[in-house]
Design a protein around this ligand. Structure first.
Ligand code: HEC
Ligand code: HEC
Length: 334
């Protein structure tokens, strides 16, 4: 369904409910789905991928790992407006969470990577992020005997290559889902999982049309939409999806971000310009729907959004194998 028809559905449903004098939260239920626990994971691959996700030796400085910008102690994000890369470079864009990113239709704000495996090769070689090269990363891994043994065990090949690295990281990322949020408990039938205010926020979210773009299991992540449908956005504005498709119609379109765990992943929007959920909800209401929420309505929507925080991934901190005498030295300062 496209946005216009979804909005039409939302409007008709809202009008219908108003006419009947009931506001049944149930009408929209089927547009969402609870987050499922991780399924069919190759445990050996995921365990290796976890190490790689936390290993700063995949960066030139020996200091930056995937977890630096996607901190799993902080909702899989860095909580900065834009990320800090090699040599303290200011990143161009806000770092999205890696939590539940396996459910997205594509990766990155503009969707330029088809999936997690393709995505994982990007940051290692990005001069503004980890500033390494795939060859150098493989040299480092090949110099560490415990890694050589583990790769061989998992992939049954003689040599480590970047494909194995990105595949292992992607497998680990598939485990980073957050089931069991209070909203999911409610979806699954626990009627008292949400408070009165949270339910009021859920109704506003549906009836005012947020659901048109933020739907499915991730409440987002499944379409590209324009930022600034009714009013233009006044922040830093990259081309967005148009950078990938070359189509003018895709200018200022971004992958709709997931709202799962959104309480943890501040600041908001591609430029990280909105510091609080209150601000983000206000901007979304005005720019996407031409709607100004009262303070009470805004508070209720924010209360609903906070019910989307699920169980965070639980695991043992990976202990990384030590470098060997042959391991190339990190270059943090030159
Ligand atoms: C220097 C900070 C930084 C590092 C290091 C980094 N990332 Fe990212 N990551 C970002 C930023 C910023 C984006 C968004 C870029 C864009 O959309 O253009 C991103 C996007 C992503 C996405 C897409 C999520 C989505 O929903 O679109 C995934 C997945 C991801 N990174 C995983 C990784 C992995 C795996 C590593 C390690 C190999 C890594 N990142 C290293 C900053 C970083
Ligand atoms: C027409 C589609 C559309 C509608 C309708 C819409 N959104 Fe969004 N939403 C987006 C897009 C696209 C972004 C990313 C914009 C950007 O970063 O430039 C976004 C971003 C957000 C964010 C920030 C998430 C993050 O991690 O940065 C929140 C919160 C949000 N929306 C909530 C809402 C709420 C609440 C409503 C209803 C009042 C709503 N949205 C209506 C498309 C939409």
């Amino acid at each position: 369904m496209n946005v216009k028809s979804m909005l039409a559905v939302a409007a008709v449903a809202a009008a219908g409910m108003a006419a009947m004098g009931v506001a049944s939260a149930d009408q929209f239920r089927s547009l969402y789905a609870p987050i499922a626990p991780p399924q069919s994971i190759d445990l050996g691959k995921a365990e290796l991928g976890k190490k790689l996700f936390f290993d700063p030796r995949l960066s030139k400085s020996g200091f930056i790992s995937c977890n630096s910008c996607h901190n799993l102690s902080r909702g899989g994000s860095d909580n900065l407006s834009t990320s800090i890369g090699d040599k303290w470079q200011q990143g161009p864009i806000n770092s999205p969470t890696v939590l539940n990113s396996s459910l997205n239709l594509a990766q990155f704000w503009d969707g330029r990577a088809a999936d997690l495996k393709e995505q994982a090769g990007g940051p290692i070689a990005n001069p503004a992020e980890m500033a390494f090269s795939h060859t150098l990363a493989i040299d480092v891994l090949e110099s560490i005997p415990a890694y050589v043994r583990e790769f061989k065990l998992v992939f049954k090949k003689d040599k480590i290559d970047i494909d194995q690295v990105t595949e292992a990281i992607a497998e680990f990322e598939k485990t980073l889902v957050t089931p069991n949020s209070r909203f999911d408990q409610w979806l699954l039938g626990k009627t008292d999982a949400l408070t009165k205010d949270e339910l009021a926020g859920y109704r506003l979210f549906n009836e005012s049309g947020c659901v048109a773009c933020h739907n499915g299991p991730n409440l987002g992540g499944n379409s590209f939409q324009k930022m600034g449908v009714v009013e233009p956005y006044k922040g830093n504005m990259p081309d967005g999806r148009a950078a990938v498709t070359g189509k003018d119609a895709d200018r200022f379109n971004f992958k709709v971000p997931t709202l799962r765990n959104v309480e943890l992943t501040y600041p908001y929007f591609h430029d990280g310009a909105a510091n609080t959920l209150t601000e983000a909800v206000d901007i979304m209401g005005r720019l996407q729907l031409g709607k100004r929420f009262t303070k009470e309505e805004n508070d209720q929507i924010v209360a609903f959004l906070k019910t989307l925080t699920g169980d965070q991934p639980q695991f043992m901190l990976p202990i990384l194998p030590p470098s060997s005498d042959q391991t190339p030295r990190p270059k943090p300062f030159n």
